[in-house]
Every structure is written in structure tokens, then in C-alpha cells.
Write a protein that binds this ligand. Structure first.
Ligand SMILES: *[C@@H]1O[C@H](CO)[C@@H](O)[C@H](O)[C@H]1NC(C)=O
Ligand SMILES: *[C@@H]1O[C@H](CO)[C@@H](O)[C@H](O)[C@H]1NC(C)=O
Length: 340
């Protein structure tokens, strides 16, 4: 700093100004720290505004409420011909734990095994991240399974419940990259039963939009949970709004295949929270896309009344099951057909 001698009064005045400036800087910093990202304002300041504003975080610790979604995970396994040599009408995309071979095999034997449905090509893809844990052979077994069935894709993030948002985002990347010519995808959890014929029939209905279409069990006024002991706790400094925007419950949702690219284009502006489906809702809101409720409430069931009769089952599109054996029993009933 350039030093100019001065009398003591102006010296005092200068100290005062320095203190004032320092105080202002501290206050601005604190205010910025406490400003919630919100779901409506951009989570990241534009990289451009000031020289010191941080770029989007890459690999640093995202903290407890966000996930490390830096958009630079990559697929390390992808033997699937889906959307590469085929153009399915509907993709059944199943996020599943790397270790859950029983789940994949049951789905392959049941709803994941159907290929042509009402004259439309339907293909199943399982998506996994990196297996954690101590079993060093897990990755080798996955590779073998992938070569055998060619329905498995794997990205290089750590697969865990807290990382589900990453799984959804890399799923969207894969769909955007390969499947823009296909018509629809359903993202469906591995403990769900899917009535494939009913879903295809619904999607073939002329009333079903072919673009900007997101269908599922929509949570219209889902509160942001402020109890720190709740599994889905979210503090105010992360999300200030009392409610999430409407979103389809993560267990099963259908989208038209123009949406993956659109969601990905908007997502860099919205810092990814760990609640996968609520984050999807935040992106949809920014896009101005409204999710759609099923035309019949019986189509998507999160807590079905067991046992379901064949007549009940004939109305379902997707529902939660309590075990793999239950899924197989219900699937048999669906295959046997309806008698209401
Ligand atoms: C940076 O700011 C200028 C105008 O200030 C704008 O034209 C440009 O698009 C911005 N670049 C990025 C990467 O945001
Ligand atoms: C989420 O994935 C990232 C990238 O692989 C990893 O660094 C992080 O530890 C994972 N978080 C959890 C909770 O598994």
C-alpha cells in the first residue's frame, strides 16, 4: 500500500473509513452466507458476475443436504443395445443396488421380460453405480451379468441411498445421449410391480401428450420437513420455501423422452438436493412443465391393500410390492388375465 504522511485528524478519519469498509465487507459476506439458495433463485451465482464468485463445485464435499452431482460421472459399463440398435417405444429404467441380483432376475422373469407389447417395442435397462462394501468380486460379477444379459449400465459414482439424485441425473444423461428417438421411459424402482400392457395402452392413448409429459403419483403440496429427526429433514437455509414444487413420487414415473435433455439443461442452475424426486420437481418447475396425475387413481399405488385380486390388478399400472415372491405371484395373476 502506498504510504502518504498525514496529520493525525485525517489519520483517525482514515482508520474510521478502513474499519467501516471492513465491517461492510464482513456484513455482505454474512448476508450472502445466510441467503438460502431457494428453489426458485439460482443456486449458483453466475460465474461471470465477480471475479471471486465460485464456479460450480466439482468434487468437493457437498455437505449433508446436497449430492455431489458435478456432471462428470461417466458410464464404465454399457453393453445394452437399447436405443443404439433399437428404437423402443418404451424403456423400463430400473435403478437398483449393484448387489440386488435377485431383484434383477425376478424383474427379468416378470414384467422386465416382455419385449413386444400391443405391437410396441419395450426394453428394460438396469442402472447401477459403483458397489461399496468389502466384496472385491462384486464388480467382476456385475461385468459377467452385463455380458450375459446386456441390460445393465453402470456409472462411476458411489451407489448409495443418499446418492439417488446422482443416479437419476446420470440416468437422464444416458437417456438424453441415446434415446431421443424413443418415445417414453418409466423410471421404476426394483420393488415395484409393473403392468406393462396397461402402461403401453395408456401411452398409446391419443390423449397422452408426446412432449413435456411427466406422469406419476404427484405430490402436489409436499411440505419441506423441518424436524431434524425426520429422514427427509431439510433446513431453511437450504430450502426456504415451505413446500416443494409438485413432483411425481420416485417409485415410478413416466416421461416423454424430450424431457431428459430439457431437465439436464436447467439443472446446473439448481443445486441438487439429496431428495431425488423433489429435486426433479424443482427442475420441472423451472422448466414450466407441470406433472400429470394418472387418469385413474388406482393406476399408481404406493400402499396397495393386499391381497390384490385379479380384478384389482387389472386396473394397476405400477404398485409397491413387499417381496419378490409377492411380485411373482401378482405377475402370474396379471398374465392369467382379468375377470371382473
Ligand atoms: C459474461 O458476461 C457477459 C456480459 O457481462 C455476457 O455477455 C456473457 O455471456 C457472460 N458469460 C457467461 C459464461 O456467463
Ligand atoms: C456419493 O457419490 C460420490 C461420488 O462417487 C462419493 O464421493 C460420495 O461419497 C457418495 N456419497 C454417499 C453418501 O455415498
Amino acid at each position: 500500500m502506498l504510504h502518504i504522511p498525514m496529520d493525525s485528524r485525517s489519520h483517525l478519519k482514515n482508520i474510521f473509513i478502513c474499519v467501516l469498509v471492513a465491517l461492510t465487507v464482513v456484513i455482505i459476506y454474512l448476508v450472502n452466507e445466510n441467503t438460502p439458495d431457494g428453489m426458485y433463485g439460482p443456486a449458483y451465482k453466475k460465474s461471470n458476475t465477480t471475479a471471486s464468485s465460485p464456479p460450480e463445485p466439482k468434487w468437493e464435499d457437498p455437505g449433508p443436504y446436497h449430492v455431489a452431482y458435478p456432471r462428470n460421472y461417466r458410464f464404465i459399463m454399457d453393453n445394452s443395445p437399447t436405443c443404439k440398435t433399437t428404437t423402443p417405444f418404451l424403456i423400463l429404467m430400473v435403478p437398483i443396488a449393484p448387489t440386488n441380483l435377485e431383484g434383477r432376475d425376478t424383474i427379468r422373469r416378470t414384467w422386465g421380460g416382455k419385449k413386444m407389447v400391443l405391437g410396441q417395442l419395450v426394453e428394460t435397462v438396469f442402472i447401477v453405480g459403483l458397489p461399496g462394501g468389502v466384496d472385491v468380486n462384486q464388480q467382476a460379477r456385475l461385468k459377467q451379468e452385463s455380458e450375459q444379459y446386456r441390460d445393465l449400465i453402470q456409472s462411476n459414482f458411489q451407489d448409495s441411498y443418499r446418492n439417488l439424485t446422482i443416479k437419476t441425473m446420470v440416468m437422464l444423461e444416458w437417456l438424453a445421449q441415446h434415446c431421443s428417438k424413443a418415445s417414453f421411459v418409466i423410471k421404476i424402482d426394483s420393488d415395484m410391480l409393473l403392468h406393462v400392457d396397461n402402461l403401453v395402452a395408456l401411452l398409446l392413448d391419443p390423449k397422452t401428450p408426446k412432449e413435456n409429459y411427466m406422469l406419476g403419483l404427484i405430490w402436489w403440496h409436499s411440505p419441506v420437513l423441518r424436524n431434524p429427526f425426520n429422514k427427509f429433514y431439510m433446513p431453511r437455509h437450504v430450502i426456504a420455501e415451505p413446500e416443494y414444487p409438485p413432483y411425481p413420487l420416485g417409485m415410478a414415473y413416466v416421461m416423454s423422452l424430450d424431457l431428459p435433455k430439457k431437465i439436464l439443461s436447467i439443472s446446473p442452475q439448481i443445486k441438487p438436493i439429496y431428495i431425488e424426486d423433489a429435486y426433479l420437481g424443482m427442475c420441472l418447475k423451472r422448466l414450466g412443465v407441470f406433472p400429470t396425475d394418472p387418469p385413474d387413481q388406482r393406476m399408481f399405488q404406493v400402499v396397495p391393500q393386499h391381497p390384490m385380486s385379479r380384478c384389482d390388478l387389472s386396473k394397476v399400472v405400477a404398485m409397491t410390492t413387499t417381496s419378490m415372491s409377492q411380485m411373482q405371484i401378482y405377475w402370474q395373476k396379471i398374465v392369467q388375465g382379468v375377470h371382473c
